[in-house]
Design a protein around this ligand. Structure first.
Ligand code: SF4
Length: 455
């Protein structure tokens, strides 16, 4: 059994239904494969090949994958790299006869069309927490769910998504991944691993794929077993990939208690401004949290409402103040070019970014990801051509979604990053907090990439 992140022209990040090319060569373990490694480890001998992390070229990656001679290959893909991913897995199948099961946002939301257009595919995982591949190995059809599967006659059968309260995904085989190859600027210690406490999201932001994936929680005893294993293995840092790590406060506070009692991890994750309060932030800090990422999206109350963010700017300001008060660093994500964006709303966004007590910002350009209500609405209103299926938010949107041009958005993105990071007060604060030469190098690379578009 092979778990595969295919090679690519660039460092493509493909996981959790999103895909884009990495800035400054940052790259982390694809969560789809991490989760599948836990599900499959008791059913099959699992080999992980993360050709992106290892910077393997097409031929070298093919040699390595073929040497495994896999009966079945689970691979990740996404809109930024779909064509080349499919070329690679097709060659692998031609060479080894492996069965191919794909996972990724475009596969989940456009699965029927993709299965029709790519007969080389044997199946698609509609949710990466699905245990279906283990069911296929065991020959247990009753266990199949969240899966599209081609039968020997070429017909595609859909096994639906079951309603469930919580899920189990085993304990991932973290050590099978090339841990020394992963790096993100947020991680304080290495190696770090990625894991999850929940899947999906209960909020309704219309630009986000996750708004269409119902929220379910992981069995907490299983999560705690994993944390204890990681502690015993000496892993110092965890990147929780949950969309809103703090969403269910009781669950989250229990996780914090466990982390605090283990006392050996530093960690970071993502939350929402309106989901943080003093109790949650204090518990997170005590448990080892040093960094929190929050989607702010825009400085316009009107756009927040139009795109169903579910809270306003007041909550945003108080969440970042709370994080700073308790010594947790923060990153604010902004999106530019949402339908309805104007020069004035972009100005309001930049003003907010400069006013927020946050440590880092990231401005990305809105992309009409498969499955998002925003995409459907833009196609319905004629603003978007429905045939546009390949895009990469790190490289700018080739698609005109709002009233502004792609050029205007790209220029604003650059100007906003410079305005934030080149403020003398910001630079002075960062220099005062440097943790040594490695930190200086890492921060310089991030800054270079954000300010000058290097990759
Ligand atoms: S932007 Fe965040 S809160 Fe909103 S739907 Fe997506 S994951 Fe959920």
């Amino acid at each position: 059994m092979l778990l595969l992140a295919p090679p690519g022209r660039g460092t493509f990040i493909r996981d959790n239904y999103c895909s884009f090319s990495s800035k400054a060569d940052y790259y982390w373990p694809p969560i789809d494969l991490v989760v599948q490694s836990g599900i499959l480890r008791d059913t099959a001998a699992v080999t992980v090949l993360d050709a992106t992390a290892e910077h393997l070229d097409f031929e070298r990656a093919l040699e390595r994958a073929a040497a495994v001679n896999p009966g079945l290959t689970v691979f990740v893909t996404g809109t930024a790299s779909f064509k080349e991913d499919m070329q690679f897995v097709a060659r692998l199948k031609e060479r080894t006869g492996t069965k191919l099961i794909g996972s990724g946002g475009n596969l989940t939301f456009w699965g029927d069309t993709i299965m029709r257009d790519h007969p080389v595919l044997d199946g698609i995982l509609l949710e990466f927490i699905s245990r279906s591949v283990a069911g296929l190995v065991d020959g247990a059809e009753a266990d199949l769910e969240s899966l599209l599967l081609r039968d020997s006659n070429g017909a595609v059968k859909r096994y639906g998504i079951r309603k469930k309260k919580n899920f189990n995904c085993g304990i991932p085989l973290h050590s099978a991944f090339p841990q020394s190859r992963y790096k993100v600027p947020q991680a304080r210690k290495h190696p770090f691993v990625r894991t999850l406490t929940s899947f999906g999201c209960s909020y309704q932001c219309d630009f986000c794929i996750e708004s269409r994936i119902p929220l379910v929680y992981r069995d907490q005893d299983e999560l705690f077993r994993e944390l204890r294993e990681l502690a015993a293995a000496g892993i110092p840092e965890i990147y929780f990939m949950d969309n809103v790590l703090t969403a269910w406060h009781d669950y989250f506070l229990r996780v914090c208690k466990e982390l605090e009692s283990l006392g050996c991890f530093s960690w970071f994750g993502q939350s929402r401004a309106d989901n943080l309060n003093e109790e949650v932030v204090v518990a997170a800090k005590r448990a080892g949290c040093h960094f929190m990422m929050i989607g702010v999206e825009t400085g316009s109350e009107l756009l927040l409402k139009a795109h169903r963010k579910g809270h306003g700017l007041e909550e945003t300001l108080s969440a970042f103040s709370l994080l700073r008060k308790h010594g947790i660093e923060s990153l604010a994500y902004f999106i530019v070019g949402l339908p309805g964006e104007t020069i004035d709303t972009m100005r309001a966004t930049l003003e907010l970014a400069l006013r927020l007590p946050c440590d880092y910002v990231s401005f990305t350009i809105a992309t009409p990801d498969p499955g998002t209500p925003m995409r459907d609405a833009a196609i319905g209103s004629g603003e978007l051509d429905s045939s546009a299926t390949e895009f990469d938010c790190s490289r700018g949107s080739p698609i005109r979604l709002g009233t502004l041009t792609a050029d205007q958005l790209a220029r604003f993105q650059k100007t906003a990053h410079r305005a934030f990071y080149l403020r003398p007060s910001y630079l002075a604060r960062q220099i005062a907090r440097l943790r040594g030469p490695a930190d200086l190098l890492s921060k310089s690379r991030t800054a270079y990439s954000l300010l000058f578009g290097g990759s």
